[in-house]
Design a protein around this ligand. Structure first.
Ligand code: XMP
Length: 514
């Protein structure tokens, strides 16, 4: 059976990050809330438990505690920051309000030979964020590191397979943090690193087969990474029982519809039914300029189309299952509940009508985005698809400021293709989170080309860097690159005579203009 490490979330923004770092040591991990009873945690038969950091002081009223029963269960436990202190308290050590807080980069001095810090420098940089400190380790523990302000900054008890650190090994600012996690998981807890992408695929394939049996499965392909990888996994599991519907609303970027319909379908052998409804979308969008109105129309028409296709296809045999590309962060953020009843209120398939009832197949439910990409590559999907930047469901419809028309879409597609090609040629495709190009279709400005006066449209370049799209900063693209993009767009797209760069962070701006 596959080893499982539970990361107990004490309310830190770091719990998910810890889970990812654990997986990077090739051990599978899941996040659980700190109010989960220890008996429930143990019922999951974890091979180790990690207690995360958190914002509380162990002395604060109502501060989350850890039930001492956890330490009697013969399960290896590792405490981080708050988890380290809660563990200390629970095991009879001392946590003191020393008044000596540490925030940010701090030097850790190693006190003795240990398993946790083996092979690491005597003095190393670690990332701290705490007020209280452990001043006395529990009985049976060896203190293995301290800092100027924290007498007990790391300890271990090899007999009981317990260890902890005051600092955050999961963040990039702790250069040897990953080694510390590895030492705990592999050497102290004795877990074999076996969570590899090949294994993930095998395991998911087994699960999908067990769930689906001989029933038919439907999937809405958007051309994005998540639905493409999810569909490829389901196809590997149940082959022809899967049918994908690709709704071409005509608001995609240059080459994208072809990429899905031809390249993807051919490469994977998946039965992809493309429905070209671009004309219908255009006529529904005629005269509409309000962003929310556009979203509503696009969402509604999308569902109508999908629903109709599902009904048409059902005449060949009923569908019992619908594939969803739900990722692990969504699962954690929505409280970790089971997903059957809860179709994500995502534009693509949200709000499916009552009479279309499906059970969900969610093969990416336990995975982070970077793992989904790695699996996509492992399954043989092309890099251009696996590394596709996020793209909004309403597509170019919300990147044309003003009414959406055929000509304006063509204009924007041409400009966008140039910007993307040049970004790629500059080798910056993966370091820029997203690169919308926005057409200010209702704005004209005067220009001069050749000997003539022009009165064309501006486009806005909106390259941003981000971790999760909740906040973002504008990307400082090299001037040379901006210059090249600008020259090419104004030369090659006759209706565009001006290129501007958006230098607004989010907040206050959003990434998209609508
Ligand atoms: P904003 O513009 O809110 O965008 O900063 C954040 C992220 O969400 C994407 N986005 C959407 N995705 N349907 C989607 O599927 C939408 O209506 C939508 N609006 C914005 C946007 O591209 C960015 O990645």
């Amino acid at each position: 059976m596959q080893d499982l490490v539970l990361v107990v979330d004490f309310g830190a923004q770091y719990a998910q990050l810890i889970a990812r770092r654990v997986r990077e040591t090739q051990v599978y991990s899941e996040v659980v809330p700190s109010n989960m009873p220890v008996a429930e945690m143990l019922a999951k038969k974890p091979s180790a438990v990690i207690l995360s950091g958190g914002p509380s002081s162990v002395y604060a009223e109502g501060a989350p505690q850890i039930d001492a029963a956890l330490f009697e269960a013969d399960v290896p436990v590792f405490g981080i920051c708050y988890g380290f202190q809660a563990m200390t308290q629970s095991l009879g050590g001392t946590v003191t309000k020393t008044g000596l807080s540490e925030y940010g980069g701090t030097e850790l001095d190693v006190d003795s030979d240990s398993t946790l810090l083996t092979g690491l420098p005597e003095r190393q940089s670690v990332w701290m964020s705490h007020g209280d400190s452990v001043t006395e380790a529990p009985d049976g523990f060896t203190v293995i590191g301290h800092t100027e302000r924290t007498p007990v900054a790391a300890f271990e008890n090899l007999d009981r397979k317990l260890a902890g650190v005051q600092y955050h090994p999961e963040v990039a600012h702790t250069p040897h943090g990953q080694a510390v996690l590895r030492h705990f998981l592999h050497d102290i807890a004795g877990i074999k690193p076996s969570w590899t992408f090949g294994n993930i695929i095998d395991e998911q394939v087994e699960r999908i087969r067990a769930q689906v049996g001989d029933k038919r499965v439907l999937c809405a392909l958007s051309g994005g990474v998540d639905s493409s990888v999810a569909a490829a996994l389901v196809h590997k599991a149940v082959g022809d029982q899967l049918t994908c519907v690709f709704v071409d609303h005509g608001l995609l970027r240059q080459g994208e519809a072809e990429q899905v319909v031809n390249d993807y379908a051919q490469l994977t052998g998946i039965d992809v039914r493309a429905v070209d409804v671009s004309q219908r979308f255009l006529s529904e969008l005629k005269g509409v300029t309000d962003p929310e109105e556009k979203r509503k129309i696009i969402g509604r028409e999308f569902i109508r189309t999908f629903e109709q296709s599902a009904r048409d296809l059902a005449s060949e045999g009923e569908f019992h299952y619908l594939v969803q590309g739900t990722l692990y962060p969504d699962v954690v953020e929505s409280g970790g509940g089971t997903g059957t009843a809860n179709i994500k209120s995502h534009h693509n398939v949200g709000g499916l009508p009552e009479d279309l009832k499906f059970d969900l197949v969610e093969p990416l439910r336990t995975l982070f985005k970077d793992e989904v990409r790695a699996i996509g590559l492992e399954l043989g999907l092309p890099e251009s698809l696996v590394w596709r930047q996020p793209f909004p469901g309403p597509g170019l419809g919300i990147r044309i400021i003003g009414e959406v028309t055929h000509d304006r879409l063509e204009m924007l597609r041409a400009a966008d293709a140039i910007a993307r090609a040049e970004l790629k040629a500059a080798g910056l495709e993966r370091s820029v989170w997203q690169f919308p190009v926005v057409l200010l279709a209702d704005v004209h400005s005067v220009g001069v080309q050749g000997d003539g006066r022009t009165y064309g449209h501006p486009v806005v370049l909106r390259p941003v860097s981000s971790e999760d799209a909740m906040t973002a900063d504008w990307s400082r693209l090299p001037y040379e690159l901006l210059s090249k993009i600008s020259t090419r767009i104004t030369n090659e797209v006759p209706e565009i005579n001006r290129v501007v760069v958006d230098v607004t962070s989010k907040p206050p701006g959003t990434i998209e203009w609508e």
